[in-house]
Design a protein around this ligand. Structure first.
Ligand code: RB5
Length: 146
C-alpha cells in the first residue's frame, strides 16, 4: 500500500492540517505539505490546485484538502482529470466515497468538523478499499466530458 500522501489547506484550516499531518506521520505516512504554512489569509484555490495537480498527474495516489467549509477546495479539485475529491463530514459518506467512488482526495471543512471527528474520518478513508466491480465503469464515466 502506498504510504505517501499530499495535504493542503488554506488559512481557515491551517491548524487542522498541522494536526492531521501528525496523525498521518503516526500512521506511518510520508506527508508532502503543499501549504499553506501560516494562518495568514490566502486563496484556497492556489492550494487546491497544487494537491489536485499532484493527484491528477499521478505524483501522489491520495491527497487531503482542507478549507473553512471544504466547498472551495472540492470545487477546485474536481476540475482536474482523474481527481475524485469527496467532501465529507460523516463516517458513512467517507466509507462510501472509498467503496463506491474510489475517492482519491478527501476534503473536509475545518470550520465544520472538530479535530477528533476529522481524525476518525481520515482513518476510515485511508483504511477503506474501493469495491471495484460495477463501480469501475461508473468512475470511468466521471472523466467523460459531455
Ligand atoms: C475562507 O474564509 C473560506 O472562504 C474558505 O476557507 C473556504 O471555506 C472556501 O470555500
Amino acid at each position: 500500500m502506498d504510504k505517501r500522501i499530499i495535504i493542503g489547506s488554506d488559512h481557515a484550516a491551517f491548524e487542522l492540517k498541522e494536526k492531521i499531518k501528525d496523525q498521518l506521520s503516526d500512521l506511518g505516512y510520508e506527508v508532502e505539505d503543499a501549504g499553506t504554512y501560516t494562518t495568514d489569509s490566502v486563496n484556497y484555490a492556489d492550494f487546491g490546485k497544487k494537491v489536485a495537480k499532484a493527484v491528477s498527474g499521478g505524483t501522489y495516489g491520495r491527497g487531503i484538502l482542507l478549507c473553512g467549509t471544504g466547498l472551495g477546495m472540492s470545487i477546485q479539485a474536481n476540475r482536474y482529470k482523474g481527481v475524485r475529491a469527496a467532501l465529507c463530514s460523516d463516517i458513512f459518506s467517507v466509507r462510501m466515497s472509498r467503496r463506491h467512488n474510489d475517492a482519491n482526495i478527501l476534503v473536509m471543512g475545518g470550520r465544520v468538523v472538530g479535530d477528533i471527528l476529522a481524525f476518525e474520518l481520515v482513518k476510515e478513508w485511508l483504511d477503506t478499499p474501493f469495491e471495484g466491480g460495477r463501480h469501475l465503469d461508473r468512475i470511468r464515466t466521471l472523466d467523460e466530458i459531455g
